[in-house]
Design a protein around this ligand. Sequence first.
Ligand SMILES: Cc1cc2nc3c(=O)[nH]c(=O)nc-3n(C[C@H](O)[C@H](O)[C@H](O)COP(=O)(O)O)c2cc1C
Length: 347
Amino acid sequence: MLDLIHPMTHWQAIGRYARWAPSPHNTQPFRLRVVDRERAEIVFLPRRGLWIGDPLGRFTWLTAGIFAEICSIAAHGRGLELETSFEHVPMYRNGDFETPQTVARLHLTTPTAPVVDLDADLVLKRRTSRLPYDGSSCPQEILRDLEDEAARHGHKFETRSDGAAIGWVVELNKQALFNDLDDDALRTELVKWLRFDAREEDLLKDGLSARCLTFNGTLLRSFFLQHRFWTLPGVRDLVRAVYGQTMKGIGTIGWLRGPYADSEDWVIAGRTMIRLWLTLTRHGYYWHPYGSVITSENARLNMIDYLGLPGEANGEDSVWLLLRLGRSSEPPQSRRAPIEDVLLCGS
Ligand SMILES: Cc1cc2nc3c(=O)[nH]c(=O)nc-3n(C[C@H](O)[C@H](O)[C@H](O)COP(=O)(O)O)c2cc1C
């Protein structure tokens, strides 16, 4: 057993990248359980799930795809191949929010020739930028790179850079977000993942921090815990105006669409998403997902209508991610659980 946790094992090295996988609200719901030198499992911790906002686990399966893809890129960086087989058992079966669930089995093999892939160090550089952007549109050659990468996985990446569409989408996101925050159950689920000060971040090393949201922690705490006050007429408009300030300088919005009907699709969507995100990072650009527009069905359908997108054909061609992309100053780095917590050794 000692041999398995030796720092030189490949899993130890792969885990150092996997721990930086992005997740909604930075919940970090996956662990890498080492079975032996060649085999490991991706384990979902339902306590870190978002079963109110995402009862089917769409974004969570997608995050599993992100985690698996990062493991694969890290393995390629070490000259290895990684075979991944997912177990598509529904999450939260029989209302179980406690029992860890193995969602994928991984097997390291030695390829006959090295696998060319994205540079694994991009995983360490990638961040979400919620800062104002610099006003420029994302250059065509970068957009083409993203479109090509999406197409390789059976998805379409599409963008708009005109002021009218950008203004409309920013307003839609604001409405969807504030509608979510007015919902008691959704707000309570989110509050669990908010970190209002450095002490909370240091203790828990996860969640969405006021620091990363670039919002004053005391005000953020008050907004969530004295929510009635902040929704009074007049006060509500002020809050929305403050949030709007962070959305300045957007030159391009983009969305991803493609098959998104079941957990197999959601995993592939996650793999696609992180490859595009790392490609963007390679070009020195950032993005900021607008998750509320996707999780709120009304907002999503409004967006499809406004952008004139084709029908969704029963999930065969769904819009599953909306985001703004561009250049900003360097955003704050969010926290992660230490490698000792991410890498589980033994059965
Ligand atoms: C599927 C998915 C949806 C996300 N949706 C949002 C969102 O709606 N708003 C937001 O500010 N960040 C969103 N994020 C970004 C995460 O909050 C972010 O990845 C996490 O806090 C870790 O921070 P980092 O990306 O800077 O490492 C999303 C991330 C993922 C993977």
